[in-house]
Design a protein around this ligand. Structure first.
Ligand SMILES: NC(=O)c1ccc[n+]([C@@H]2O[C@H](COP(=O)([O-])OP(=O)(O)OC[C@H]3O[C@@H](n4cnc5c(N)ncnc54)[C@H](O)[C@@H]3O)[C@@H](O)[C@H]2O)c1
Length: 421
C-alpha cells in the first residue's frame, strides 16, 4: 500500500532540491505516491496563476504536501503564493526547528531550539495599501485575534509537552504594539496559568534577537507572531549553518505542508550547488507521516547527519573553533595570560608555580580549541617563557602580550565581517 502526497517542486533551486529529497526517500523504501503539482512563478506561464486550482484540489485531497520554495515578486505583482496556501488551508502553525549538526562548523554547538510562528495573521494578513495614486504613503494593518493567538500558543504548549521539552518563550513587542502584540502576550499569560508544568518566559523581540545570537542554548521552544517568527527563524537557521539545513512544517487542521525554510535562492539556482538537506529533512517527516511502518526513515536522518561528520581530535584544522575563539584568538588570549603571569610572578616571587598553572590551563585550552596553531605554538612559547622568565623585562612581556591580544582581536573582527558577508 502506498500513500499519496502532493509534490510541488516550486521555483529556483526548488526542483533540484525536491528531486534530491524524493530520491532519498524512495531509496529508504518509503512507498509514497507523489502527485506532482505546479505552484509559484513557474506555474504562471502554464496555468496563468501562481496557485492553480488543480494544485489546491490535490492538497485538499491528499492533506499532505512536500513543497519547494515559491518565488514572490518583490515590491510589486501578485501576493505571495506561500502566504495564500497557508491561508487557504488555514495552516496556522509554522514549526521551524534548528538543531546543530555535529559536523557543521558554526559559532555555536549543541543548538536545539524550535521557533513556532503564527502563520496566518499579523502583518502578513495582506491588508495594506497606498493612501493615494502618487504613492506618497502606505498603510499596513496587523490583525491579531484572541482566537488566533490562543490556538497557536496552545499548540506551542502542547508541542513542548509532547516533545518532552521544558521551556516556552513567548516573543512579543507589546511595549510598543500595545494592542496587537499586547493581545498576543495577554493570551499567552492566560494560557501559561493553565500549563504550570511548562516553564513560561516572555521576551521582547529585539532583546530576543540579541540573546539568540549571544547564547542560543538558553532557549528551547519559542512562540511568536508571523513577522517576528519569519525573521527569527532565519536567524536560528543561521546559528546552525544556514538556510540549506533547516526544514519547516506548516500545520493546520485540514492539511499539512512541509518545506525547507529557505527561498528560491536565485543566486545559485541551476548551478548544482544548492544544499538539499533542508528539503530532505522536510521529506523525511512527510514520509514518516505517510508510511512510517513501511520505511527505514529514521535511517535517513542519520544518513543525512553522517554526511556532516563531526571533526575528530585526529583531524585538527587551523581555524577551527572553540566557542567564539578562533585559533588566533585562543593563541592571543593564552599569550596574554602568560605575560600577566610573568608580571604577577615578579611581584610574588613564585614564577614556576604560576607558569606551570598557566601552562596547564593553556594546554587544555589549546587541545579543546582543536587547532594545530595553538597546539604547535603554545609549548614553544611556554618553553621560551619558562627559560627566560627572570631575564625578560616586564614591560617587554606586557607589550608583547598586548600586541598578540590586539592581533587576536583584529582576527576576530575580520572573522565577524567575513561571516556577515
Ligand atoms: N517558503 C518559501 O517558499 C520561501 C521562503 C523564503 C523566500 N521565498 C522566496 O524566495 C525568493 C528569494 O528570497 P531570498 O533571496 O530572500 O531568500 P533565499 O532563502 O532564497 O536565499 C537567501 C540566501 O540563502 C542561500 N540559500 C538558500 N537556500 C539554500 C540552499 N538550499 N543551499 C545553499 N544556499 C541556500 C541563497 O543562495 C541566498 O544567498 C523570493 O522570491 C522570496 O519571496 C520563498
Amino acid at each position: 500500500m502506498s500513500i499519496r502526497v502532493t509534490l510541488i517542486p516550486g521555483d529556483g533551486i526548488g526542483p533540484e532540491v525536491v528531486n534530491a529529497a524524493v530520491e532519498v526517500i524512495e531509496a529508504a523504501g518509503c512507498k509514497v505516491e507523489w502527485e506532482r503539482a505546479a505552484a509559484g512563478a513557474s506555474a504562471v506561464p502554464t496555468h496563468g496563476t501562481p496557485i492553480p486550482a488543480e494544485t489546491l484540489q490535490s492538497i485538499r485531497r491528499n492533506k499532505l504536501a512536500l513543497k519547494g520554495p515559491l518565488a514572490t515578486p518583490i515590491g510589486e505583482g501578485y501576493r505571495s503564493a506561500n502566504v495564500a496556501l497557508r491561508k487557504e488551508f488555514d495552516l496556522y502553525a509554522n514549526v521551524r526547528p534548528a538543531r546543530s549538526f555535529a559536523g557543521v562548523e558554526t559559532r555555536y554547538s549543541g543548538v536545539d531550539l524550535v521557533v513556532i510562528r503564527e502563520n496566518t495573521q499579523g502583518l502578513y494578513s495582506g491588508v495594506e495599501h497606498y493612501i493615494d495614486d502618487e504613492r506618497t504613503a502606505a498603510e499596513s494593518i496587523s490583525i491579531i485575534t484572541r482566537k488566533g493567538s490562543e490556538r497557536i500558543i496552545e499548540y506551542a504548549f502542547n508541542y513542548v509537552k509532547q516533545n518532552k521539552r521544558r521551556r516556552l518563550t513567548l516573543v512579543h513587542k507589546a511595549n510598543i504594539l500595545k494592542c496587537t502584540s499586547g493581545l498576543f502576550l495577554e493570551t499567552g499569560r492566560g494560557l501559561a496559568a493553565k500549563h504550570p508544568d511548562v516553564e513560561f518566559k516572555e521576551m521582547i523581540v529585539d532583546n530576543c534577537a540579541m540573546q539568540l545570537v549571544k547564547n542560543p542554548n538558553q532557549f528551547d521552544v519559542l512562540v511568536t507572531t508571523n513577522l517576528f517568527g519569519d525573521i527569527l527563524s532565519d536567524l536560528t537557521s543561521g546559528l546552525i549553518g544556514g538556510l540549506g539545513l533547516t526544514a519547516g512544517a506548516n500545520i493546520g487542521k485540514q492539511a499539512a505542508i512541509f518545506e525547507a525554510v529557505h527561498g528560491t535562492a536565485p543566486d545559485i539556482a541551476g548551478k548544482g550547488v544548492a544544499n538539499p538537506t533542508a528539503v530532505m529533512l522536510a521529506g523525511v517527516i512527510v514520509g514518516a507521516i505517510a508510511a512510517a511502518e513501511l520505511a527505514n526513515l529514521p535511517g535517513v536522518r542519520s544518513a543525512v547527519e553522517a554526511a556532516y561528520p563531526a571533526p575528530a581530535l585526529s583531524s585538527f584544522r587551523p581555524g577551527s573553533t572553540l566557542g567564539s575563539y578562533d585559533a588566533v584568538g585562543a593563541f592571543g588570549a593564552l599569550t596574554f595570560a602568560l605575560a600577566l603571569a610573568i608580571a604577577a610572578s615578579r611581584w610574588r616571587g613564585y614564577p614556576r608555580l604560576w607558569l606551570t598553572v598557566v601552562m596547564a590551563a593553556g594546554l587544555v585550552g589549546a587541545i579543546a580549541s582543536q587547532t594545530w596553531a595553538a597546539l604547535a605554538v603554545l609549548p614553544i612559547i611556554t618553553l621560551i617563557v619558562v627559560a627566560f622568565a627572570r631575564s625578560i623585562p616586564r614591560e617587554l612581556a606586557i607589550a608583547a602580550a598586548q600586541y598578540a591580544f590586539r592581533q587576536a582581536a583584529r582576527q576576530e573582527q575580520l572573522r565577524v565581517y567575513e561571516l556577515a558577508g
